[in-house]
Design a protein around this ligand. Structure first.
Ligand SMILES: Cc1cc2nc3c(=O)[nH]c(=O)nc-3n(C[C@H](O)[C@H](O)[C@H](O)COP(=O)(O)O)c2cc1C
Length: 375
């Protein structure tokens, strides 16, 4: 640390002593509201040929989750009611998702939000998967037509988030598991905490996290999507912020002010991640696995849509969902999870799950619609 940095740090430390961790977190500006509040004015923005409703529908679509929050989508606006949802290959996770599986799952979640939001604004949506392979940039054709408005909660889309901590260990009620199962058309397994399967998945999650922590390329890819400083978060509006990684309070403040990309590549950062993963798997009501029967682009888009339907259902039930994907990204991990299912059943999501006392506010950022539409 040079003298300037040392002085900066001392001044900051003095401020810190004057306050407390609680004070710090209470004073933390809500970046998401600050940055995204003006994206979605009640009237929406028009960007010919996209009209205001179209803009609003795409805003809600963009609240979909994605691996590392890379938001790997673009939308071609061919006319007011004809769009193509595409995968932006520059935003794909080439190392950990080298077969573009997670990109397509994320696009599926985007399509699900789009269809639901369109329903709310009085449009029916026809969707057609047009990608010839997993790397075809044009993925789903969308046609909207005027229809009767549906009673759909947009608020659930706004308030849904990935939740990684404070998941209760109480087993999921069978009525909730049934509702989840319905939302994914039956492609679901629930392994409650304490069962052999759940223990196996806990161990696999930690082991495969460690394998990736040891893989320089995977770490570099993760570092590429980490936005430690508020200035980076504001500039890119994507990736993983300290809040998104649930590094909050004093630790979040420290990370935002004193760490940079070099630190993300250190052993200390790695060790912290492993420790956090070990702590995470000790919590929760077990694991949900969403499966598919095939592995085509269509299967993956459909599975992403199902996942998002389930995530929105979970939001309504105060249930937290945490995808832990490393096991499915590593060849041996994938094989071991597949062995726990019948032939022809592909595990596509491994999700830690649990009831919450309080559902935390969403924090991860999204790019404004005008950044991802192509007109
Ligand atoms: C296909 C997919 C894979 C994901 N894998 C992980 C994961 O391994 N670990 C994790 O903490 N979050 C994972 N997530 C959650 C994303 O990091 C999260 O959706 C993103 O940061 C946006 O945050 P939000 O869900 O709170 O809006 C995954 C999400 C998707 C859609």
């Amino acid at each position: 640390m040079d003298r300037r940095n040392f002085l900066k740090m001392s001044a900051a430390a003095t401020t810190l002593v004057a306050g407390s961790g609680v004070f710090l977190s209470a004073c933390r500006r809500d970046l998401r509201s600050e940055l995204m509040g003006s994206d979605h004015t009640p009237g929406g923005h028009a960007m010919e040929p996209l009209d205001k409703n179209g803009y609003k529908i795409l805003y809600y679509a963009s609240l979909a989750p994605s691996g590392h929050n890379s938001q790997p989508w673009f939308v071609k606006i061919n006319s007011r009611l004809d769009w193509v949802i595409g995968s932006n290959l520059a935003r794909c996770l080439k190392t950990v998702d080298d077969r573009n599986r997670e990109t397509l799952l994320s696009l599926g979640a985007f399509v699900e939000n789009l269809v639901q939001a369109a329903g709310k604004f009085g449009y029916a949506v026809e969707t057609k998967v047009i990608a010839k392979d997993r790397f075809d940039p044009d993925v789903v054709k969308i046609h909207l037509s005027k229809s009767k408005a549906k009673d759909i909660s947009l608020q659930r889309m706004v308030m849904r988030r990935t939740v990684k901590s404070h998941l209760q260990s109480k087993e999921l009620r069978s009525s909730d598991v049934n509702d989840f199962s319905k939302s994914v058309d039956g492609h679901l397994f629930y392994f409650p905490r304490g069962t052999d399967h759940a223990d196996f998945m806990n161990k696999a999650a930690v082991k495969n996290y460690m394998i990736q922590a040891d893989n320089k390329k995977a770490r570099e890819e993760l570092a590429f999507w980490i936005r430690l400083k508020d200035s980076e978060a504001k500039k890119f509006r994507d990736g993983l912020t300290p809040d998104g990684m649930e590094i909050t309070g004093l630790a979040g403040w420290y990370v935002r002010h004193f760490m940079d990309h070099k630190d993300v590549m250190t052993q200390a950062f790695n060790d912290k991640g492993i420790e956090k993963t070990r702590e995470q798997v000790k919590e929760g009501a077990g694991w949900l696995v969403i499966t598919s029967v095939g592995n085509t682009v269509k299967d993956l888009i459909e599975t992403g849509r199902r996942f998002q339907r389930m995530a929105l259902t979970a939001r309504g039930k105060m249930i937290g969902i945490h995808p832990m994907t490393q096991t499915l990204e590593e060849k041996n991990g994938q094989k071991s999870i597949k062995e726990n299912h019948g032939a022809g059943v592909m595990p596509q999501f491994m999700l830690r799950v649990g009831y919450l006392n309080k559902y935390p506010d969403p924090v991860s950022l999204r790019r404004p619609v005008q950044w991802f539409v192509r007109i």
